[in-house]
Design a protein. Structure first.
Length: 246
């Protein structure tokens, strides 16, 4: 997939991994639009929308297609952290409303954006080797390692990993590739809030390089590399410095 001139949509593009991805795609010559419930960067075409809401997402994608052309790349970076709490403990059972909310944003929202973006991608003329689009999900190494107290977030991200290969096979006939990045401990506003401003303890879980937490630019670099490599499809890539969570 050629990035120059591509129509790129980044959900969760107002901050963190999404913002870094949007900035990198823009630097590669792409036309970038961001979707987020928060106010976006003025440097991008931005839409405020709930990724799990069908009507809001349909409207946002339709307007983006009108202004930038049908999207050829979707980066599903919108996400929500969950409170650290066990399925059952001294404070009682895990709140079912919270569990559903985490799945709604991280899993249902990713699927909703992907299915609607795929409809636009399928209408694009095929490029080299018949490619029409790339859908890039964002999971987490929590999907595999699942530390204590992360049942909701781990379940949601495991769902994202689980649908990656199935979706890639579903959309192969349209020339649409689907991959997932599973980041480890990255220095983002969401992680900062989850650890009350000090996530340095996570460095102990990273073999190398562990001089700092992952940088959002590291994520953005991989996002563009996946889009440019036509043989990456149906794959989940851990981006974690060989970290394994305990």
């Amino acid at each position: 997939m050629k990035l120059e001139g591509a129509s790129v949509v980044v959900t969760g593009g107002a901050s963190g991994l999404g913002l870094a991805a949007a900035q990198r795609f823009l630097s590669c010559g792409a036309k970038v639009a961001t979707i987020d419930i928060a106010q976006g960067d003025d440097g991008f075409l931005h839409h405020s929308a709930d990724v799990a809401d069908e009507e809001q997402m349909e409207a946002a994608l339709a307007q983006i297609a009108e202004e930038h052309g049908p999207p050829s790349i979707l980066v599903n970076a919108a996400g929500k952290a969950a409170p650290f709490k066990r399925t059952y403990g001294k404070s009682g059972a895990y709140d079912l409303t919270v569990f559903r909310d985490i799945l709604d944003v991280n899993l249902v929202g990713s699927f909703n954006c992907a299915r609607l973006a795929a409809r636009h991608m399928a209408d694009r003329p095929p490029g080299e080797r018949g490619e029409r689009g790339v859908i890039l999900h964002v999971a987490s190494i929590n999907a595999f390692d699942a530390p204590l107290g992360t049942v909701a977030y781990s379940a949601a991200k495991a769902g994202v990993v689980g649908m990656t290969l199935a979706m890639a096979r579903d959309l192969a006939g349209y020339g649409i590739r689907v991959c997932t990045i599973a980041p480890g401990s990255f220095d983002t506003p969401m992680l900062d809030r989850a650890f009350n401003g000090d996530a340095s303890e996570l460095l102990a879980d990273i073999p190398f390089p562990n001089d700092r937490l992952g940088d959002a630019d590291d994520f953005a670099l991989l996002a563009t590399q996946i889009c440019e490599n036509p043989m990456l499809n149906g794959e989940t890539i851990r981006l974690d410095g060989a970290a394994r969570l305990s």
